[in-house]
Design a protein around this ligand. Structure first.
Ligand code: CA
Length: 225
């Protein structure tokens, strides 16, 4: 089980790394939001522990950013902010559990294990999506076409996953903006078109049977005919 701990206070960070390692986890640590983003992009974590008061960004913003680029792992917020408002806000904006400082290690471990257990896919749950020779491994966040790994950015993967989950159904630009970028109102940008263009180059680019179709003025659909 692999964890990412995001905590700027040196003593707490070291304590968490040591005690979680002792408890059998593989632990990476980051002291700020930027460092956490870099690590989260590189490695699949089973859970994150995130402090809210970080030097370069608010922990909530960090969680929102990670969710937007496709982080699926559960997040335990560990913060000195104890008010009901703070806790509700944390849970509403991407945190899966909230523990206040000072904390007891035993409670942190119990909550962490619960989160990981709840999040683990059951044997029946689909961890792969397929269309023709396109395959998405949702756990490894990896897509292949005819067995060849596609070099997708995390956001392109989320976009492709969304198209795959809605295979055969037309999705509009505003649906994509909402689901992939978390924007409810369609801004005056062509961000969706640009990403679809790049994604299509990678998925359908090598003379393969095209899967990503454009319905002019409507949106996009992934289908095999
Ligand atoms: Ca802090």
């Amino acid at each position: 089980m692999r964890l990412l701990v995001v905590e700027d206070e040196h003593d707490i960070r070291v304590f968490l790394r040591n005690s979680l390692t002792e408890a059998g986890f593989q632990v990476d640590v980051a002291a700020d939001g930027k460092g956490a983003e870099r690590l989260a992009l590189d490695a699949p974590y089973d859970a994150l522990i995130v402090d809210l008061g970080l030097p370069d960004m608010d922990g909530i913003n960090l969680i929102l950013r990670l969710r937007q680029i496709g982080l699926a792992a559960p997040v335990l917020i560990l913060s000195a902010r104890r008010s009901v408002d703070d806790r509700v806000r944390g849970l509403e904006q991407g945190g899966d559990d909230y523990l206040t400082k000072p904390f007891a290690l035993a409670e942190l471990l119990a909550r962490l294990r619960n989160l990981i257990k709840r999040n683990a896919p059951t044997a029946n749950e689909a961890t792969r999506l397929r269309m023709l020779d396109l395959e998405l491994d949702l756990l490894r966040r990896e897509a292949t076409r005819a067995g060849q790994v596609l070099q997708l950015t995390p956001q392109e993967f989320v976009l492709l996953e969304y198209l795959c989950r809605n295979a055969g159904r037309v999705v509009t630009r505003s649906m994509i903006l909402d689901k992939v970028w978390g924007m409810r109102i369609q801004p005056d940008t062509n961000v969706v078109d640009v990403h679809i263009y790049r994604l299509r180059g990678k998925v359908d680019g090598r003379g393969q049977h095209p899967l990503i179709k454009t319905l002019r003025g409507v949106g996009y659909v992934l289908r095999d005919r």
